[in-house]
Design a protein around this ligand. Structure first.
Ligand code: APR
Length: 239
């Protein structure tokens, strides 16, 4: 059901010289990927501390890689949603556009978005626990060869609970939020920090618009909260 999007949002978008977008797993739900905390969400069906923590990895790296292997195959089996595509189109119209995503599925990049900050890492790469070397996490990745030459271990390039975000990526996201005249918050429950702070204390001058079928922790901070799915709103804004 199309959402009658007031033209003022389109007018704000057309007038904005600087736009920042924060996305979460809700935007990929429409591509067929599970969210984390929704019905059937990953953290409802799996134990975070076992699969997404340094301690879990140290305890059983093979289990962790097997789980990420399943997720990677799921990511490879889906396409960007109309909402991912719409954001790539909107980017082309805005002089200063930054897309900060919590998603590790690369669907924004696949949709054609260029200025993408991957706050929580990326599934398509592995990194060494000791020397930080990188390599692709692809079909050639061998679960029986997890040791790196330097003596470290290959681990998913994902930010796990209790870990810091990549400093340069986080700083660039804070800068983009500070510059933004319009902040779009799409498909996130807004409970994980510091990502959620982009839509609260970091975007001091922006008009904040949330797009989510449900109320979230960020709703009270939004100037406007649209109860709708991402693909019911963003393609209209991109048109
Ligand atoms: N369009 C827009 N929003 C949607 C849609 C949709 N079609 N479907 C679901 N949502 C919303 C849900 O209402 C919910 O608010 O997406 C949100 C998903 O929230 P979470 O499952 O908490 O996922 P997310 O916010 O991405 O989690 C943040 O937590 O587990 C960590 O590192 C992980 O990046 C992740 C972070």
């Amino acid at each position: 059901m199309p959402v009658t999007e007031p033209d003022d949002l389109r007018a704000r978008l057309d007038a904005a010289r600087s736009v920042c977008v924060l996305t979460g797993s809700g935007i990929s739900a429409e591509s067929g990927l599970p969210t984390f905390r929704g019905v059937g969400g990953l953290w409802r069906t799996h134990r975070v501390e076992e699969l997404a923590s340094p301690r879990g990895f140290a305890r059983d790296p093979r289990l962790v890689w097997t789980w990420y292997g399943e997720r990677r195959r799921a990511h490879m089996s889906v396409q960007p949603s109309p909402a991912h595509v719409a954001l790539a189109e909107i980017e082309r119209r805005v002089p200063d556009f930054t897309l900060a995503t919590q998603n590790v599925d690369s669907l924004h990049i696949l949709a054609g978005s260029r200025n993408v900050l991957e706050l929580h890492g990326k599934m398509r790469e592995a990194k060494c626990t000791r020397c930080d070397a990188r390599r692709p996490f692809d079909d050639a990745f061998d679960l029986d060869a997890l040791e790196h030459d330097c003596g470290g271990m290959w681990r998913p390039d994902i930010v796990w609970f209790g870990e810091s975000l990549p400093p340069a990526v986080l700083e660039a996201a804070f800068d983009a939020a500070r510059r933004a005249e319009l902040m779009l918050v799409v498909g996130t429950s807004g409970i994980v920090q510091p990502a959620a702070s982009l839509a609260t204390k970091r975007c001091t001058r922006a008009y904040v618009v949330e797009i989510n079928p449900e109320e979230t922790a960020l709703t009270p901070h939004a100037d406007r909260s649209i109860r709708a799915r991402a693909s019911d709103v963003l393609p209209q804004l991109a048109r």
